[in-house]
Write a protein that binds this ligand. Structure first.
Ligand code: TYM
Length: 339
């Protein structure tokens, strides 16, 4: 009944398919997820959180399409199915059973303090029991696979801490001498929370995202919507508080940033007036360049042959992930007296 001996670290993370994945997801999570498959080959698990997406998305066709697109995005960005598992959350229904068990040892106060829930309410999202319960399901996602490392963006850190609390409560209740569950540790991304077009956190639920694979005119039009103040062309621009700069920081090295700062301070570049429009063009170019190779790989996964490959990757990974979750569930059921 003992928790899995901590032989090798096990990495786990998830992403919601509630819309097209965006720069916040990439810099806050996906980039790190893909790097970790090299450091922990065979021990990295990533899933597409379709149960979670039900809290905001009620369109079955859109959900199916988003799940597929999320899988394609990971594969195009370099997820290697030989080193990491990529699967659908709902292919492992055991997590919902574990969520129930965890809920029975979780105080209401723990969930009432969740920032993400409070932010969503403050932003006018109608709360459901599902939205409130969300951190319990997320804890189950982590705990079901005995994950020890959870790479997430800074906005999700509190959820991982909540999962730690649940492990403590469950182990205190059912395994004080012989812990049943493994304690996960968060692995926060280096990047700060990525701002969206309007300066709030970039988020599918706020409709302020920049997708990864847009290009050409469409991308330039979207980048044009990044909110700035009304400083006229050629005047000094506020570098420290500018939303365009906050996004450019993700792409630029220190020398490029120093150069940009000079252009902002002077409102001029090479003797010519420099304004927000120019900064936005730089940003669009950076996005286009960074994701060009992945955009090309994505095209392959959208062909009939590529689609079949994606489905096969998800199906194979689901079998392996489910086997791990079943072992944890068996320990939990025995510990609680359900067997
Ligand atoms: P989600 O889908 O909102 O985001 C997926 C990952 O992207 C990061 N992220 C950001 N990072 C920086 N700036 C942003 N603007 C930004 N937006 C998103 C998130 O921190 C996250 O790492 N609850 C999770 C999904 C989930 C999960 C889990 C994660 C479900 N179960 C278990 C880890 C472990 C979520 O909604 O992420």
């Amino acid at each position: 009944m003992t928790a899995r001996a901590a032989t090798k670290p096990r990495v786990l993370s998830g992403i919601q398919p509630s819309g097209i994945l965006h720069l916040g997801n990439y810099f806050g999570a996906i980039r790190q997820h893909i790097a970790l498959q090299d450091r922990h080959p065979g021990q990295a698990l990533y899933f597409i959180a379709d149960y979670h997406a039900l809290t905001t998305l009620r369109n079955p066709e859109a959900l199916r399409a988003n799940v597929f697109e999320s899988a394609v995005t990971y594969l195009a960005l370099g997820l290697d199915p030989a080193r990491a598992l990529l699967f659908r959350q709902s292919d492992v229904p055991e997590v919902t059973e574990l969520a129930w068990m965890l809920a029975t040892v979780t105080g209401m106060g723990l969930l009432e303090r969740a920032h993400s829930y409070k932010d969503k309410l403050a932003n006018g999202i109608t709360p459901t029991v599902g939205l409130f319960f969300y951190p319990v399901l997320m804890a189950a996602d982590i705990i079901a696979y005995d994950a020890t490392l959870v790479p997430v963006g800074k906005d999700q850190l509190q959820h991982v801490e909540i999962a730690q609390d649940m492990v403590t409560h469950f182990n205190e209740a059912y395994g004080p001498q012989d812990p049943v569950l493994v304690r996960p540790e968060p692995l926060p991304a280096r990047a700060a929370v990525v701002p969206g077009l309007d300066g709030r956190k970039m988020s599918k639920s706020y409709g302020n995202t920049l997708p990864l694979f847009e290009s050409g005119k469409k991308l330039r039009k979207l980048v044009g919507q990044v909110v700035t103040d009304s400083t006229p062309l050629g005047e000094p621009l506020p570098f420290a508080t500018c939303n365009v700069v906050a996004l450019l920081r993700l792409f630029c090295d220190p020398a490029e940033l120093a150069q940009l700062e000079t252009w902002y301070r002077e409102g001029r570049r090479d003797g010519a007036p420099f304004g927000y429009g120019h900064a936005k063009m730089l940003l669009a170019d950076k996005i286009e360049q960074l994701f060009a190779p992945a955009r090309a790989r994505r095209e392959h996964f959208l062909t009939a042959e590529g689609r079949a490959e994606v489905e096969a990757v998800l199906a194979r990974a689901a079998i392996a992930a489910r086997a791990l979750a079943q072992q944890t569930l068996e320990r939990c059921r025995r510990a609680c007296g359900l067997r």
